[in-house]
Structure formats: structure tokens, C-alpha cells
Design a protein around this ligand. Structure first.
Ligand code: KG4
Ligand code: ZN
Length: 332
């Protein structure tokens, strides 16, 4: 009999639902929340309210798109954490209610594991062991993946995440939240004319807070000389910021590959949608003889398709959640 999983993701500001059948994603529907743009960042209270509005139509659409009736479902997977507590509550409670009413098991999924396992949504799939650079709005990690169940964090950020570095730098330039995709777009028309400091952090950890400070001082100095500096050089500034973030990420990834001897290398998470990172990653891979893996755009930013894939691996081991499972904002 086929295994059909409905997955729900609501850890931050995107409400997403997906249906997976025997390991293949049939639908992956996401409702974004534009409302946070006006506040310059995600407002947790506003996010949880929007999830409540979006969750039913999003799940409904995912089922319709997949051509699956809810009575055919084998299990409900959901993001348990990490994330915003109010946002997670909506998805977890909805999943629990739906699983109870259908009499099917629940599968709790770790959001960051799902970003890594998103690579198994489509071909080509990485071979084990592989390294995955997970870069999102909340996290920046290099993970060694020995099998779908054994993941080890080799390095992570000691302050801001890579996505935050994009968003905060963009904010200094007056760009709307989330600034990452906008910086990416503008950078494509610019040259890397300005050099920002590369932090000196031991081992495989990252730091991005110094970069933000150096951009702030750079802009202050330039604006003293020319009040239109940002307006006149926006594309070049974006390109310079992007190139520095990308070089910080890829230098550490190269170090991790050398240390472990692993040549199957992947990137994942919202920032892996960045065109500069995708290009530089592929070029580095060719130079160093890596097999590189980049998820399709729909599996980079937060989406329930990746929750469904991670949930399916747990389903195969009958690793189900108990009825007492709760949303968990901080998880190891
Ligand atoms: O994985 P994700 O959707 O949510 C979290 O779990 O955080 O990542 C969101 C982050 C945001 O910081 C956003 O600015 C960044 O990913 N991002 C990008 C791009 N697309 C999304 N950053 C740079 N370039 C992009 N094209
Ligand atoms: Zn994420």
C-alpha cells in the first residue's frame, strides 16, 4: 500500500502544506505573509495570527493539488521546532487535531534537519556521507550527514545567521524586509567595488555581526562626502556585500571539506536561493572536484515539501510522535 503523508510547516512567517506519496512530493503550497514588510522584520504575534487565517486554505489547496482525499492519508508530519512559539503552535495543534480525527500517526520534524533532507525531494540526490551548508534567516551551519538519521553539526554561527546578514545589511541601505532577495537582484547589476572585512573566527564557526558594523561605518563615511552615495552606488554596494557573505560561507565550507575528506557537498536553506552563492558554490566545486547539490528554488526557503521528505524517512522507521508532543521553539 502507498504511504501518503501530509506535512505542515509554520515555524516562522510562511504557512506551508505539502503532500508526499511514496517519497515523491505531489504538492507543496506556501502562503507568505507580506504584512511583516511594514515592520522591517517578522512580528511573532502578527505571524501567528496570519498562520491561523492561512492554515486551513493552505492544507486544503495542497490536498486538492495532489489529488488526494484526506481519508487516504497515512500520517501527518509537522515542524515541532525550532522557530517562533506562536507560529509553531498553530501548525502543531492543527496537525494533532487532524491526525486525531483521521486516526493516523503524527510525525514531528526538526526544521533544520528538514532543510538538509530537502535534497531528497528531487534528483540528483547526494550520496552519503555528505556535507551540507545550511544557510537561513535563523541559522548558519555546516552539517555532516552520515545517513538520513545521523546528522552532526561541525560548525555554526556565533552571532547573526547568513540570512540575517543579508537582511540587516539591506536594511542599512533602506531596503524592505526580507532584504536578501532584493540584495541578490541588485547585486546582479553591480561590481564588487568595495571591500568589507572578513572576520577571523577559529575552526568551522561563522560570525557576521562584524560585517554589519563595517558596512555601517563605511556607509556613514561615504554619506558624509556624498549624501547620494547609496542611491548612486546601490548595485555595487549590494554586490560587494553579497560577495563578502558568500566568501565567508564558502571559505569555511572548503575548510570543512578538507578536514573531513568529504567531496559530496550540498547547500540548503533560504540563502541557498542566492544567485551569487549558487554560482560561486558551483565554481568552487568544479575547481576542487566536489559533487555539488543545490535544491530547486521551491525547496530552499521554508516549505512543507522538505518537512514531508524528512517525515517520510521517520515514517519508514515507524518513528511517530506521542500525543503529548508540543511546539518547541529551541531544539538542539
Ligand atoms: O530558510 P528561510 O526561508 O527561513 C528561515 O528558516 O529562516 O530563510 C529566509 C532567509 C531570509 O533571511 C532571506 O532574506 C534569505 O533567506 N533569502 C535570501 C534569498 N532568498 C531568501 N538571501 C539572499 N539571496 C536570496 N535570493
Ligand atoms: Zn528555514
Amino acid at each position: 500500500m502507498s504511504v501518503i503523508i501530509l506535512a505542515i510547516e509554520s515555524s516562522c512567517d510562511d504557512t506551508s502544506a505539502a503532500v508526499l506519496k511514496d517519497g515523491k512530493v505531489l504538492s507543496n503550497v506556501t502562503a507568505g505573509q507580506k504584512v511583516h514588510k511594514d515592520y522591517g522584520g517578522v512580528v511573532p504575534e502578527v505571524a501567528s495570527r496570519a498562520h491561523q487565517i492561512n492554515i486551513v486554505p493552505t492544507v486544503d489547496q495542497a490536498l486538492v493539488k495532489a489529488g488526494i482525499h484526506k481519508n487516504e492519508l497515512s500520517a501527518i508530519a509537522f515542524t515541532r521546532g525550532p522557530g517562533l512559539i506562536g507560529s509553531l503552535h498553530v501548525g502543531v495543534c492543527f496537525a494533532k487535531g487532524m491526525a486525531m480525527s483521521l486516526g493516523v500517526p503524527m510525525i514531528e520534524v526538526h526544521h533544520l534537519r528538514a532543510h538538509v533532507l530537502a535534497h531528497f525531494a528531487e534528483d540528483p540526490k547526494p550520496n552519503f556521507p555528505f556535507l551540507c551548508l545550511t544557510v537561513s534567516g535563523g541559522h548558519t551551519q555546516i552539517v555532516k550527514v552520515s545517513d538520513p538519521y545521523t546528522l552532526e553539526v561541525l560548525g555554526s554561527t556565533i552571532d547573526d545567521a547568513a540570512g540575517e546578514a543579508f537582511d540587516k545589511s539591506g536594511k542599512l541601505l533602506g531596503l524592505d524586509y526580507p532584504a536578501g532577495p532584493l540584495v541578490d537582484k541588485l547585486a546582479q547589476k553591480g561590481e564588487p567595488l568595495y571591500s568589507f572585512t572578513e572576520p577571523k573566527i577559529e575552526g568551522l564557526d561563522f560570525s557576521f555581526s562584524g560585517l554589519k558594523t563595517s558596512i555601517l561605518y563605511f556607509l556613514r563615511n561615504q554619506l558624509k562626502e556624498n549624501p547620494d552615495f547609496v542611491k548612486e552606488n546601490m548595485n555595487h554596494i549590494c554586490r560587494s556585500i553579497q560577495d563578502r557573505i558568500v566568501s565567508i560561507l564558502l571559505n569555511k565550507l572548503e575548510k570543512a571539506a578538507k578536514q573531513t575528506g568529504i567531496t559530496e557537498i550540498a547547500i540548503a536553506g533560504g540563502v541557498s536561493a542566492n544567485s551569487g552563492l549558487r554560482k560561486a558554490f558551483q565554481e568552487k566545486g568544479e575547481k576542487l572536484g566536489w559533487q555539488t547539490y543545490i535544491p530547486g528554488f521551491q525547496y530552499c526557503t521554508d516549505n512543507a515539501g522538505m518537512i514531508a521528505v524528512a517525515g517520510y524517512f521517520k515514517y519508514l522507521r515507524s518513528d511517530f510522535a506521542g500525543q503529548e508532543v508540543v511546539a518547541t521553539p529551541r531544539m538542539k
